[in-house]
Design a protein around this ligand. Structure first.
Ligand code: PLP
Length: 222
């Protein structure tokens, strides 16, 4: 069977600058597809369900960096705390505390991104900019020694309106830059998916999360 995963990956890699990290979003896709991407050199994969990511971690090479990109269920953080490389979708202080607690059990420091709400749709999760500022500046955060907030993540509105996408990406990028001046740990801005990653990169993204353009359309809605 010709899947084209390798060719798709190559095409995307050629179209993004070197400083941009490509997260291959493999949610719903079988182990064999991930293995194929791995053999083509891809090492960073993103999943949106903790249990599915754990199953894949158990069955694939251990030098893969696993990113959790989905909405987090706090009671499941413990299942991925021993291996997760980066958690993109942190949207509450409570969740940060839970990640810290579970990371501590494994003697790890887990890198996290705070998810900002940039979409106009109210179906998207995420924190208001003011909530993010509050978290970053809080006394309590400095007491959490087992997490490291390394950046921000955002999902734009599901639309073809380039003007709107542009506005959403640039507002997050500006907010990110402003906070980078204050917090030296911030180095990652995760924004851009299959349909909008070029625009996201033009607006300052340095991490894109791409699924369907690599692995093809997903078999079921997630
Ligand atoms: C599924 C998903 C992606 C990838 O979407 P594609 O359009 O298939 O590239 C990126 N980010 C998040 C948070 C996702 O859930």
């Amino acid at each position: 069977m010709i899947t084209g995963i390798k060719e798709n990956l190559q095409k995307i890699k050629n179209s993004i600058p070197e400083n941009v990290t490509l997260v291959a979003v493999s949610k719903t896709k079988p182990i064999a597809d991930i293995q194929e991407a791995y053999e083509a050199g891809q090492r960073v994969f993103g999943e949106n369900k903790i249990q599915e990511m754990v199953n894949k971690y158990d069955n694939l090479p251990k030098d893969i960096k696993w990113h959790m990109i989905g909405h987090l269920q706090r009671n499941k953080v413990k299942y991925m705390a021993h291996f997760v490389d980066l958690i993109h979708g942190v949207d509450s202080f409570k969740t940060l505390k839970e990640i810290n607690k579970q990371a501590k059990k494994h003697g790890r420091v887990i890198n996290c991104l705070l998810q900002a709400r940039i979409a106009k749709e109210d179906t998207k999760f995420g924190l208001l900019f003011s909530d993010i500022e509050e978290i970053l500046s809080s006394e309590e955060l400095s007491e959490l020694g087992h997490i490291n907030i390394v950046g921000l993540m955002g999902m734009a509105t599901f639309t073809n309106n380039q003007q709107q996408l542009q506005e959403e990406f640039s507002s997050l990028a500006n907010f990110f830059k402003k906070n980078q001046e204050k917090y030296s740990n911030l180095n990652t801005l995760s924004m851009g998916m299959s349909g909008d990653y070029q625009l996201a990169i033009e607006n300052g993204s340095n991490m894109v999360r791409i699924g369907s353009s690599i692995f093809g359309v997903r078999n079921y809605i997630v």
